[in-house]
Ligand binder design. Structure first.
Ligand code: ATP
Ligand code: MG
Length: 567
């Protein structure tokens, strides 16, 4: 058996375990609760939880909630739901805000060690003083404040004596460092704003660089995995841990997931939601985990996708067709097959029995009252050819049927082998039929086909070996249930939605035809009590899932993906 080669993170971990640097692996997934998770987060989740599982370690869920203005409880709940749905259970659940007191105490330690100071420069001044990568920065005039003065000012910052933006706490490192992150980075800012968990207890909030590594260290994270753009922050991550002499967590960077035709920044996804370009965070066209779920993606399909894309140290763009391939792979194995007609055209089988007359029973004796129902045969249909255990079901067949309008052409084009006048085709699981007559309305629209069937071909084969060139799906008109079906196209019409001309934004790249609603679809009665998130293959049409808008009697389905890649 071929051994799968290790990715670079697995190599690091195996070396660390072997050398004894770490006895166990402890990772974390650290979302900022400022939006719903997207497919990029799914990659990070599969990676962090996957490594912990593979090496018998632990993985925490940590809400990186150090930014009070953008975070909401709704997001926290959705994040928990999405991680669980993907199939992972975290060991510890933490909030960076739970560490505010510890972080504050450590800041005091840095001041006492003359490694941090309170600076009164404005934000603009700080950025000018910082210099450029080519030119060294200028030291702040407040850099040499005494420890006592710094302690006093920092405490008063915390006590709310100063307005927003008037003072910050900065690390005292090196204003001439070639690494811009080392030019006295800001550790704390004043923000008089209510926090979703700590309320008004704090009016100073730690910056990402100060909170993140310290939180890792508090949780004894061994391998802190983040995306590539943070590699320039790593020296500062190490510097702070060393300055505080705390548990030596280490940061490792991997390439973030990019997918063509897809936007992945939470800020931009929020814009789509707030400006009603989509129905919400869980719109089936959104790349959010909740959107993909509503679209019919399965946890297994997203985990398979994460496995296929792998982990690398170089940025690239994944073709969206790979994601679609993954969900087809999974649903092909698992989805219940049914027959659905999206765009119905009536077919009447003129030589098929019209009604079956039965005498109804009343209190055990024949009452003599006749009831008339369409003559119906119940034909065996296969639930999933990939899975014999899925068994068969009965599909009603009667004199009046619906077929797909696109499966008929009055004057067939070259290479059109489906139904046409005088042509014989197979109805799946049923009979061969031949079209004899085309009925039109006053405007010339085709409204009905008159066909005959060959009773000898029941089950779909002909005893005389006669071949047909097409097999069509169908539903019995009298037994069918009505449904709405939504077909989706890409939300953006260009491969890179962020690639815009001057004066335009990614919003201008939205595909105006990303949604098509078909409201007159006919489905076999088998699935009348379907529940949201059930998965089906509508034969010949693709994979579909029941939408949350669906109710018994008013079914609604979303197309997850077509059966084949058409682009
Ligand atoms: P966004 O820019 O979409 O807001 P973010 O990185 O700010 O993303 P966080 O909530 O801070 O979002 O991220 C939580 C974790 O998910 C981080 O470890 C981050 O590196 C990872 N992550 C975010 N986006 C991606 C992506 N596209 N590919 C892989 N990992 C990602
Ligand atoms: Mg972020």
């Amino acid at each position: 058996m071929e051994e799968k080669s290790l990715n670079f993170l697995e190599e690091i971990i195996e070396a660390d375990l072997k050398s004894g640097k770490h006895k166990t692996v402890h990772t974390r997934f650290p979302p900022e609760p400022n939006g719903y998770l997207h497919i990029g987060h799914a990659k990070s989740i599969c990676l962090n939880f996957g490594l912990a599982i593979k090496y018998g370690g632990k993985c925490n869920l940590r809400f990186d909630d150090t930014n009070p203005t953008k975070e909401e409880v709704e997001y926290v709940e959705s994040i928990r739901e999405d991680v669980k749905w993907l199939g992972f259970q975290w060991d510890g659940e933490y909030f960076a805000s739970d560490y505010f007191q510890q972080l504050y105490d450590w800041a005091i330690q840095l001041i006492k060690d003359e490694k941090a100071y309170v600076c009164d420069l404005t934000q603009e001044q700080i950025s000018i003083y910082r210099g450029t990568p080519q030119t060294p920065g200028t030291e702040s005039p407040y850099r040499d404040r005494s420890v006592e003065e710094n302690l006093d000012l920092f405490e008063r910052m915390k006590n709310g004596e100063f307005p927003d933006g008037t003072r910050v706490l900065r690390a005292k490192i090196d204003m001439a460092s070639p690494n811009m992150q080392f030019r006295d980075p800001v550790l704390y800012r004043i923000l008089h704003s209510e926090h979703h968990r700590t309320g008004n207890a704090w009016c100073i909030y730690p910056m990402y660089d100060y909170a993140h590594g310290q939180s890792d260290s508090i949780e004894k994270i061994t391998h802190s995995i983040c995306t590539l753009e943070f590699d320039v922050h790593r020296p500062l991550y190490d510097w702070l841990i060393e300055a505080l002499n705390i548990f030596p967590s280490h940061q490792y960077e991997f390439a973030r997931l990019n997918i063509n035709y897809t936007i992945m920044s939470k800020r931009k996804l929020l814009q789509l939601v707030e400006n009603n370009h989509v129905w919400g965070w869980d719109d089936p066209r959104m790349p959010t985990i909740s959107g993909l779920r509503r679209r019919g993606y399965t946890p297994a399909s997203l985990r398979l996708f994460a496995e296929k894309i792998g982990v690398s140290k170089r940025d690239n763009v994944i073709d969206v067709s790979l994601l679609e391939w993954c969900v087809r792979e999974d649903l092909n194995q698992t989805a219940q097959r049914v027959m659905t007609v999206l765009n119905p055209l009536k077919v009447v089988i003129t030589n098929y029995p019209e009604t079956s007359t039965s005498l109804s029973h009343q209190s055990g004796s024949l009452s003599g009252v006749e009831t008339t129902e369409p003559y119906t045969e119940y034909l065996d249909a296969i639930n999933n050819p990939e899975n014999p255990d899925a068994g068969t079901r009965k599909v009603p067949f009667s004199r009046e049927l619906y077929i797909e309008r696109e499966d008929f052409m009055e004057v067939p084009e070259k290479k059109f082998f489906r139904l046409a006048p005088g042509v014989e085709v197979r109805l799946r699981y049923a009979y061969y039929i031949t079209c004899n007559e085309v009925i039109k309305d006053a405007e010339g629209n085709i409204v009905e086909l008159r066909c005959t069937y060959d009773p000898q071909t029941k089950g779909g084969g002909s005893p005389d070996g006669r071949k047909v060139k097409a097999t069509l799906h169908w539903v019995s008109a009298n037994h069918a249930i009505d449904a709405e079906v939504r077909l989706f196209d890409r939300l953006f019409s260009v491969a890179n939605p962020d690639d815009v001309e001057e004066g335009k934004t990614f919003i201008d790249n939205i595909n105006p035809n990303s949604l098509q609603v078909l409201s007159n679809c006919k489905i076999e009665p088998f699935i009348k009590s379907t529940k949201p998130l059930d998965h089906f293959q509508f034969e010949r049409l693709g994979y579909f899932t029941t939408d949350k808008d669906s109710k018994e009697g008013q079914l609604v389905f979303n197309r997850t993906v077509s059966l084949k890649d058409s682009k």
